[in-house]
Ligand binder design. Sequence first.
Ligand code: HDD
Length: 704
Amino acid sequence: MARRSNKPGLEAAKYGDQAVHRGQGGETHQIAEDGYDTLTTQQGIPVADDQNTLRQGARGPALMEDAHFREKIFHFDHERIPERVVHARGYGAHGYFETYRSLSKLTRADIFQREGERTPVFVRFSTVAGSKGSFDLARDVRGFAVKFYTQEGNWDLVGNNIPVFFIQDAIKFPDIIHSVKPEPDKAFPQAQSAHDNFWDFISLTPESMHMIMWVMSDRAIPRSYRFMQGFGVHTFRLVNAKGESSFVKFIWKPKLGMQSVLWNEAVKINGADPDFHRRDLWNAIQSGDFPEWELCLQVFDQEFADRFDFDVLDPTKIIPEEVLPAEPVGRLVLDRMPDNFFAETEQVAFMTQNVPPGIEFSNDPLLQGRNFSYLDTQLKRLGSPNFAQLPINAPKCPFHHLQQDGHMAFQNPRGRANYEPNSWGTEIGGPRESPERGFHTFPQEPEGPKVRLRPESFADHYSQARQFYVSQSLVEQRHIGDALVFELSKCEFPAIRERMVAHLRNVDADLAQTVADGLGMKKLPPAAPPAQKPRTDLPPSDLLSILKNPPASFAGRKIGVLVTEGSDAQLLAALEAAATEEGATIEFIAPAVGGVTLSDGRLQPAHHKIDGGPSVLFDAVALLPSDEGIRELMKLPPARDFVSDAYAHYKFIAFTEPATKLFAKLGLPEDLDDGFLSLGSDADTGPFITQCRDLRFWDRPDGA
Ligand code: HDD
């Protein structure tokens, strides 16, 4: 059992068979060592009995003097803090950012000055709409928030896995969020955009159309956090030591490539393993397979901004990489899970306004509003203006300020100086401003009078929505159409469905027709009157597609291997070796979790009993039943689902001959397609792994 101790100076701790638990500040928290394993109260008073309250007589009333009971229940009653109003469900990890080269010509930010330098980071991924206990595979935007603990203070790059946003002005944020959250009278649906309120708002908000294309695409149902891109979204500013400024957009690209699941899979994964993304990150990091992303910058100047098709301050627009390449400048590696979820992942406070000297904001009205919002939310959630003193939020560089007191202050400055200027000298007079090192805001000239106005340059709401759609492969376009039909079919009000199809007519005529047909709409509504005529001349950008940019290998993926009594031991060993060589993992699924006896008499334990390990949890499957095993397997409905789902989800399927009996029972075509690979006893399993690099066999006609 984990115990809390204040024994100073201990480097390592042990409990059970786990060793070494470092706190997020590097200190040791969990200790159970000889002589230090006595349970105490928070006051350090040793506890003799933690099973029974103090009472008057064995069957008598409890006594008020039982301070241990009172303290224990009091603390329990206060364990919860408000969940984040958005991005409540999330999962985080520690790691580092390593620069490829110095960017001193572009920025004076300390983190980018020296080649090869590593800066510690904490990253939190999240869904937006669902509450803390919701499921991982909701159709939703994913948060991708990175806290860099730089030598000149914390830099929070609080991004998403989608490079644009629903709205152009932060004043609309409460509206978009209210609309997607559970409806206030019913308190459902949870973690879903498929309901009237959301689509009502969207259909009345044409600026959201570009974002809607992304959210209805496979980007919104990622296979794992490890396989998704991240974006800073807004245009930011870089400023160098000479005070020269450029604009920048930040993009994270996963080393393992991008990958998503199908909607039908997502629905089933949410039932089979609501923690699918958490588990994936945990397993990868705990097994030493550290996920990596490259930070890429799109840097441009005012002249580029002036001639670009859209306003670079409009957060509903991207700059296609074909127009402005994104240069890799460093890598992010996540290599350590938090010791304690609450202390770190829950209490981490990201704030867009945390930027060190050399990184600044643009006038993007969404970003400006965000800079105002994040501080308030941390105070509400964490309950004290001293939340920056929590180890996960505190800078790792020296810091000195004269702020003091407040709830939970445990780092009040020493000495008599708590104001400045003072005449006490730097020895006892505390810190002083530094015009040399300090943050100087870029002196941008103001423009025009004070107004509440949306600029004309933000008025094109459809052209980039169309560009995104036409950049997708046919499979991906079909998924977007299916997603729109699914979501709008959950809207009870025909007027909302019609308004959406009216917008889609401005995006792409075929898409509008597909969705109208899917909704059983008898007549197409007229196109929505656009604020600015949509353009159809923007060239497709292949880099916006997931499927047009496949991964180089099957590394980081997982094969589900279905085994029975008597499965071929040699084949199994060969498959495992080939998968490991590729950097992929294997999990065994068997009729019972205790495992099966293989052909060589060896016991193969299973990771999952068949109904706890459906094929939706895997990227590819291998069905290796023996002659005797297949008969038992065919009687089990989850085994039948395992295969028919793998087939419908276009997965690559390796199999031994006995499995064909199950195929016949499921009515699969006799002439198996090229997504199947038959494995004999001494088969080379390498080709199966090579095949898996394509991730899916999309040519299968009757998929989901
Ligand atoms: Fe936000 C959290 C990302 C617009 C107000 N936001 C939050 C998180 C991410 C984002 C990743 C979770 C951070 C974590 O893991 O703790 N938000 C975005 C992006 C946006 C965006 C990429 C648009 C480009 N957000 C946005 C606006 C507002 C907010 C316009 C308000 C005006 N966001 C918040 C918040 C949250 C938050 C209410 C909730 C919890 C928190 O801040 O710490 O302040």
